[in-house]
Ligand binder design. Structure first.
Ligand code: GLC
Length: 740
């Protein structure tokens, strides 16, 4: 539809019709078995039957047949036959589930993440969806916060690359094209900064920190044309994001140039009353509209109040027209006025979803996301040995994360199933060993917990399970222990004050260690965990996160050496929870406490080290890499005269492997303190045994720019340090200066 036709349509709409376009309700209210009957939660919404059938969008329902029926019924009733938008959390896969986002961050391969997003878009599109609430690009530093699993980590530069790649994967160049959907960057802004790692909690940041660390990843998505942004639940500068004019109009729209649809998070406008910022729903509607929020997710605050606010002269209808126009423009960008069903296709659903090609990509992505944290000669497994698999994830299908809300665990391949394809069953045993969680543990999850609640065994049964597993471990040459968090221990509303592997599993681990010292831990986790005991006792630790649909195959590929792990940590693993928040790009302080220096009055703990157990960018390989000292093409960077920093990487081991060569820079002295180091580049290099390759980074003036105290962005002359290595704690250093 042409813009002038959109304008004519807008002009012909009633005020209530426009207000209803700004309301989003749950799709379940419209499904055929509850058609139009405002029963249950819907009846609490405070919207009448008429408005109910004029909501501009729905969320949380998918399936080509169902959404086509809803669209048909909706458009017949909608006075101008405006199509409805269908939105869903397709976070890391639709039905083919890819590794959770933090695991995708560990690949240090944004392009791969883009491919995964593109496949997710295709499966979502044939299922009738138009918009996905993904990627979540919040910077994270606190492992207690359950939603770190949804981020790509603690570094602004890395997060920006993944944000860009995923938005482009979902949307392509033109979201009206087949198998593309609108992407939604979230949660604007700084949701990951929740105090004490407690979800929905207050965020207290200086504007400098907000801009320097948290905003760049949102900007990266906006710069490639993301169609939607979602507000965050938290306050920024004491004002809830969803009613924060400065954040939304001054920063998001004016400074960042975002002109797409701004949607609130789930009931976030209504929650500004609970925050103590809005007096009542009418006040919340007024403030959110003035902040420029276009869609009110899952409440009737807009639909039930905007008309009266206009009639009473409290808000201008112009603000509503702006919001509705952006919604109509998004529907138009998706081509819905021409084809309201877009790619919905029940037949294609059968052939596209979970097809072999998509499974193969899921297996590749999972294999590249695994991080080898420790290996004292046990991996890859010697297939002539007797192997005991012992742990609750040995034959568990729930390996797709709590945000794989459209995925089915039943589609997953378990470790045991995959192992039985390659291990000699005459020398291999499989035991669960213990429950996932103790019977005293209480889990809360989305909707039907049914199949997700771990099976509980009686004390006697648990005793027998343990004894059988320990006996098998005793007989084996090595024990592979798939253990870790339950998938509902991470994700939304799952903050944990203790970041440990569940105690019942640690008990199993200790019992096995008593009878066999050759333990390989395969770790399932949605967040960095306290791995002190596991790292000390196990001879090998492979972090597999929540690897997705093809997790079992990918894990066995890694255990047997078919895939050589190459993942690198996108988020620091703390020594213990007391060290949190911990991140590599910290400030030096006036009393830095360099490793190995014993001095009392330094910025340190008296009971633990400052350094994390495993640093950002860390990950081992089955081969050995050597990285030469840094060679600089010059000592001075000038405007327009960059310096090249070069290293030679050699595979000094016996098998092919991939190394992520990382470039870090420190601005030693500046008008505002600068992080002790910042990731400024990386390159993945795959080498055969004995092969070597030069890796070159160009250090130029734009790379040295930062946010200054006066809000400007620029570089300053002076001394810089540069490191090139295989993780953020590398000592491979050189020095240069920058002169204008
Ligand atoms: C949730 C989440 C958000 C999600 C939305 C819709 O509360 O915060 O990330 O997209 O609601 O499910």
């Amino acid at each position: 539809m042409k813009t002038e036709d959109l304008k004519a349509l807008l002009a012909d709409m009633s005020l209530q019709e426009k207000a209803d376009q700004m309301m989003q309700l749950m799709g379940i209210f419209y499904s055929d078995d509850t058609e139009g009957i405002l029963t249950g939660p819907a009846s609490q919404l405070g919207v009448g039957e008429e408005d109910f059938w004029m909501a501009g969008s729905i969320l949380g329902t998918y399936g080509a047949k169902q959404l086509m029926e809803i669209q048909k019924r909706y458009m017949e009733r909608q006075p101008h036959h405006i199509p409805m938008l269908f939105m869903m959390d397709v976070i890391h896969g639709m039905k083919t589930i890819f590794p959770m986002p933090l695991a995708q961050g560990a690949t240090f391969e944004p392009e791969l993440s883009g491919k995964c997003a593109s496949v997710a878009a295709k499966e979502a599109a044939v299922s009738g969806l138009h918009v996905t609430f993904s990627p979540m690009v919040d910077l994270v530093r606190d492992a207690r916060w359950g939603r770190v699993m949804e981020s790509t980590g603690e570094d602004p530069y890395l997060n920006g690359l993944f944000a860009k790649a995923q938005v482009e994967g979902f949307q392509g160049d033109d979201m009206s094209e087949p198998y593309k959907v609108c992407s939604c960057i979230k949660h604007f802004a700084a949701y990951g900064g929740a105090q004490a790692g407690r979800d929905y909690n207050t965020v207290e940041l200086t504007e400098h920190t907000l801009r320097q660390f948290y905003l760049p990843s949102y900007k990266a998505g906006i710069d490639v044309g993301v169609g939607m942004v979602m507000t965050s639940f938290n306050t920024v500068n004491g004002i809830p994001a969803s009613t924060n004019k400065w954040l939304m109009r001054d920063i998001l729209r004016k400074e960042m140039g975002f002109d797409g649809v701004l949607i609130s998070d789930f009931s976030a406008i209504l929650e500004t009353i609970a925050h103590g910022h809005s007096a009542d729903e009418a006040d919340a509607a007024k403030k959110a509209l003035e902040a420029g929020v276009d869609i009110d997710m899952m409440t009737s605050v807009y639909a039930a109040n905007l008309c009266k606010l206009v009639e009473d002269g409290v808000v201008s209808e112009t603000l509503i027209d702006e919001g509705v126009m952006r919604i109509l423009e998004l529907k138009n960008k998706l081509g819905l006025f021409e084809n309201p069903y877009k790619d919905a296709d029940p037949e294609k659903e059968k052939t596209v979803i979970l097809c072999d090609e998509h499974r193969a990509l899921a297996r590749e992505a999972a294999g590249k996301s695994f991080v080898l944290l420790k290996n004292e000669g046990l991996l890859p497994v010697d297939m002539s040995k007797k192997v005991a698999f012992v742990g609750p994830y040995t034959n568990c299908r729930e390996i797709i994360s709590s945000w794989a809300v459209t995925g089915d665990a039943s589609s997953c391949v378990t470790i045991e199933e995959a192992a039985k394809e390659v291990f000699d069953l005459g020398r291999t045993t499989f035991h669960q060993g213990c429950q996932m969680l103790g019977n005293d543990y209480h889990l809360e999850g989305f909707g039907n917990l049914g199949e997700s609640v771990p099976k509980e065994f009686s004390e006697e049964e648990q005793k027998e399970m343990l004894e059988a597993a320990v006996a098998a471990a005793k007989e084996a040459d090595l024990v592979i222990m798939p253990i870790g968090e339950h998938f509902l221990q991470s994700g939304e509303a799952t903050s944990r004050a203790m970041i440990d592997v569940p105690e019942i599993q640690m008990n199993l681990f200790r019992e096995v260690a008593k009878v066999n010292e050759n333990i390989v831990v395969v770790l399932f986790n949605g967040r960095p965990l306290d791995l002190r005991e596991i790292s000390k006792t196990a001879k090998a630790v492979l972090d597999v996160w929540f690897p997705g649909t093809e997790g079992g195959h990918a894990i066995v590929d890694a255990l047997t050496g078919k895939v050589n792990p190459s993942g690198k940590l996108p988020m620091s693993f703390p020594y213990c929870v007391g060290q949190v928040p911990v991140h590599y790009n910290q400030y030096a302080t006036g009393r830095p406490n360099p490793e190995g220096v014993e001095e009392r009055f330094k910025s340190k703990y008296i009971d633990i080290p400052n350094e994390p157990l495993y640093p950002f960018g860390y990950g081992l390989s089955y081969t050995d890499f050597e990285i030469s000292p840094v060679s600089l093409s010059g000592d001075v960077v000038k405007d327009g005269q960059p310096v090249k920093a070069v290293v030679t990487v050699k595979n000094a081991g016996k098998v092919e492997g991939t190394q992520v060569v990382q470039l870090y820079i420190q601005d030693v002295t500046a008008s505002v303190v600068r992080p002790v180091k910042e990731l400024k580049g990386f390159e993945k290099v795959t080498l055969c045994p004995g092969e070597e390759k030069q890796v070159e980074f160009v250090i130029d003036e734009p790379m040295l720019r930062f946010l200054k105290a006066d809000g400007s962005v620029g570089s300053e002359e002076g001394k810089f340090r540069v490191w090139i290595g295989d993780n953020s704690s590398t000592k491979n250093e050189a020095v240069f200066t920058y002169e204008k």
